[in-house]
Design a protein around this ligand. Structure first.
Ligand code: AMP
Length: 115
């Protein structure tokens, strides 16, 4: 176990179960265990970047890939009427798992501003 090892690393390594909906060489997507909307999926890089603020210029292709993966996963989930994409970054951002993740929230109308 390293300092970058989180529950999401364990999901990537299949050490704990998750409802995985998409996987490729760079990314994994799985259903959030505590959904905040009828559809709530997390997209994560396999590379353990702790948070968005830790991404570097060399990660730019990966970051683009994650956004395009969000689009692909949302389409596959049938979210034709729109959805919200959220990245909680750090303590004030409300981040609780120190492995970068993009929330896809859909299946209901989202309110603004978020809490
Ligand atoms: P955040 O607050 O942005 O760090 O979001 C972390 C998310 O991970 C929360 O929505 C949790 O419900 C979700 N989560 C935590 N553990 C698991 C797990 N084992 N499987 C799926 N989702 C999880």
């Amino acid at each position: 176990m390293t300092s970058q090892d989180t529950i999401f690393s364990k999901i990537i390594r299949r050490e704990i179960p998750a409802d995985i909906v998409y996987e490729d060489d760079l990314a994994l997507a799985f259903k959030d265990v505590n959904p905040q909307a009828p559809i709530h999926i997390l997209v994560i890089p396999k590379q353990p970047i702790p948070k968005l603020a830790d991404a570097e210029s060399g990660d730019h292709a990966l970051m683009g890939h994650l956004l395009l993966t969000v689009k692909r996963v949302a389409e596959a989930a049938g979210l034709t009427n729109g959805y919200r994409v959220v990245i909680n970054n750090g303590n004030d951002g409300g981040q609780t798992v120190d492995h970068l993740h993009l929330h896809i929230l859909g299946g209901r109308h989202m309110k603004w501003p978020p809490g």
